[in-house]
Design a protein around this ligand. Structure first.
Ligand code: HEC
Length: 159
């Protein structure tokens, strides 16, 4: 009886472990609030890395603010040439003069989301994570499409 219980508990433990792992690898939906939950709690972007040619605080152009920092996830970094792998995410923090985060803009490569424009999901958040705009935003696409051959990415050049 004792042995059977041990086997049963081990099986339950292994099952729960598998469920937990599957969840942590699951990609977020391309939707404002659930995407914010993913990049702030499930896989906090502040722990991610940067493009090697765009690390640390960088000078920016309009409309994004004078100073910014761009964080990229593993999938983006693992993309050696455009298009980026599905699941790639770029998060950009823009700062005001005092060095405080003013706004957060993101790009997320989601399979079959918007095939006409590189399958990118675009969003803009307040520093506390309020969704200001999200979706297939033509305002964002218009500008970033100037580098269509670089898969809409402006801060990193693929060799
Ligand atoms: C007027 C042109 C323009 C518009 C509109 C624009 N961007 Fe950008 N974006 C840029 C430029 C230029 C950069 C390069 C960094 C910089 O100069 O700030 C950039 C960089 C970025 C980055 C860093 C990663 C990368 O691909 O370079 C993200 C993320 C981003 N923009 C998101 C957005 C989102 C989301 C929107 C719409 C809400 C948007 N952008 C609208 C011009 C624009």
């Amino acid at each position: 009886m004792k042995n059977q219980m041990t086997v049963l508990f081990s099986a339950i433990f292994i099952f729960l472990h598998m469920v937990a792992q599957a969840n942590s690898e699951e990609l977020p939906a391309p939707e404002g609030d659930s995407f914010w939950k993913y990049i702030s709690r499930i896989s906090p972007y502040t722990q991610w890395s940067h493009w090697s040619d765009h690390e640390g605080l960088q000078k920016g152009r309009a409309p994004h603010g004078k100073r910014h920092r761009v964080f990229v996830n593993e999938k983006a970094l693992a993309s050696s040439k455009p298009p980026l792998q599905y699941g790639s995410i770029q998060v950009k923090e823009s700062y005001d003069k005092a060095g405080e985060v003013k706004v957060i803009t993101v790009m997320y490569k989601a399979k079959d989301y918007n095939p006409d424009h590189g399958d990118w999901f675009w969003a803009r958040y307040s520093p506390s994570g309020e969704t200001l705009k999200a979706g297939k935003l033509m305002g964002c696409i218009g500008c970033h499409a100037t580098r269509g051959t670089n898969d809409y990415v402006l801060v990193h050049k693929f060799e």
